[in-house]
Design a protein around this ligand. Structure first.
Ligand SMILES: [Zn+2]
Length: 94
């Protein structure tokens, strides 16, 4: 096996590992979104993005800890916040 073949083999192995990591990462994101708690009636506004979320939304966790509590989604809307497209903050509570 010459040097070029070794290099190609290494690149293929690295690419395969990266592909598996990406798949695991996005699969875990989908699981997080599908498991968001719908029992809380209050909503959290993110003043960095201007969106409001259910308290357990993974997108809210990505916001440097910045959050404003609203009693419900109508209160968040009244302050000019927009509904998150993933956690369905306007949907019914359980
Ligand atoms: Zn959200």
């Amino acid at each position: 096996m010459n040097n070029n073949m070794v290099k190609i083999a290494i690149v293929l192995v690295v690419a395969a590992v990266l592909a598996v990591c990406f798949k695991m990462y996005f699969t875990s994101l989908d699981e997080d979104f599908s498991n968001i708690s719908r029992t809380e009636t209050y909503r959290m506004g993110d003043h960095y993005t201007g969106f409001y979320h259910r308290p357990g939304c993974p997108k809210l966790k990505q916001t440097h800890g910045g959050g404003i509590r609203f009693e419900n989604s109508a209160a968040a809307k009244a302050e000019g916040y927009s509904a998150c497209d993933r956690c369905d903050p306007d949907g019914p509570n359980e």
